[in-house]
Ligand binder design. Structure first.
Ligand code: PLP
Length: 242
């Protein structure tokens, strides 16, 4: 697996997609989704220039955090690697990652936000979070409906002192043709633009619109995403069978 080569290909495609809509590729953050990947593979990606890694399970973050930090430090990149929690987060597990993650993308209730707030305050830090939007209303997915996102963002900003809301995250439905999900990206972007108007520059900012994965990131960028979460495109197909 040529991680550096794959990463370069993704970067070029991000740049091209951004250019098509008059944006700069450099303004789009690539989060390398490292679920199921070993710390050594993660170190390869960091060596190739990855600064942001995404995981969807608390257990995997806990298991890999120290090892990856050690390997990254040897690469001279230890201080730069940011961990993004992109998967569903149960309230009783917040405490395990409060000292390890930089951004939690999957906040979909005030109760979860309040638990993050409580743990972050106790740890003496602030936590950056995104509100997850279930744009297509899929039963199988977490997140708030598109028309409920703005209110939840406002409620979190008002009630949670140790949390900063920085935008929205959405996972589009699986579709063979990514054109079929363009409208969902567009609807989430519309809410994101409203949130940008509500922003106070402190506890509420529109900094990240986290949309797009390996099979649909170009459409997501065309519709305004500035953070794409790429796993397969960088590391190849995942093997869940152990
Ligand atoms: C696994 C995962 C990704 C990456 O998916 P790929 O198709 O491998 O790029 C992105 N976002 C979330 C929330 C994921 O769980």
């Amino acid at each position: 697996m040529n991680i550096a080569g794959n990463l370069k290909t993704i970067r070029d495609r991000v740049d091209a997609a951004a250019k098509r809509v008059g944006r700069k590729g450099g303004d789009i953050l690539i989060v390398a989704v490292t679920k199921t990947r070993s710390p050594e593979e993660m170190a390869d990606a960091i060596r190739a220039g990855v600064n942001d890694v995404g995981e969807n399970k608390v257990q995997e973050i806990v298991d890999k955090f120290a090892t990856v930090a050690g390997l990254a430090e040897r690469e001279g990149a230890g201080a730069h690697v940011k961990w993004h929690m992109i998967g569903h987060l149960q309230r009783n597990k917040v405490k395990y990652i409060i000292d390890k993650t930089d951004v939690i993308h999957s906040v979909d209730s005030i109760r979860l936000a309040e638990e993050i707030d409580r743990r972050a305050a106790a740890f003496g830090r602030t936590m950056d979070v995104l509100v997850q939007v279930n744009a297509a209303g899929e039963e199988s997915k977490f997140g708030v409906p598109t028309d409920g996102a703005r209110a939840l963002v406002a409620e979190i900003a008002e009630r949670c002192r140790a949390v900063r809301v920085k935008g929205l995250m959405s996972i589009a439905p699986a579709a063979e043709d990514p054109e079929d999900v363009r409208r969902y990206f567009r609807e989430v972007k519309e809410v994101y633009d409203l949130i940008a108007r509500d922003a106070d520059g402190e506890r509420l900012t529109a900094e990240y619109l986290s949309m797009g994965m390996t099979h649909d990131f170009e459409v997501a960028i065309e519709e305004g995403s500035n953070l794409v979460r790429i796993g397969t495109g960088i590391f190849g197909l995942r093997n869940y069978g152990k």
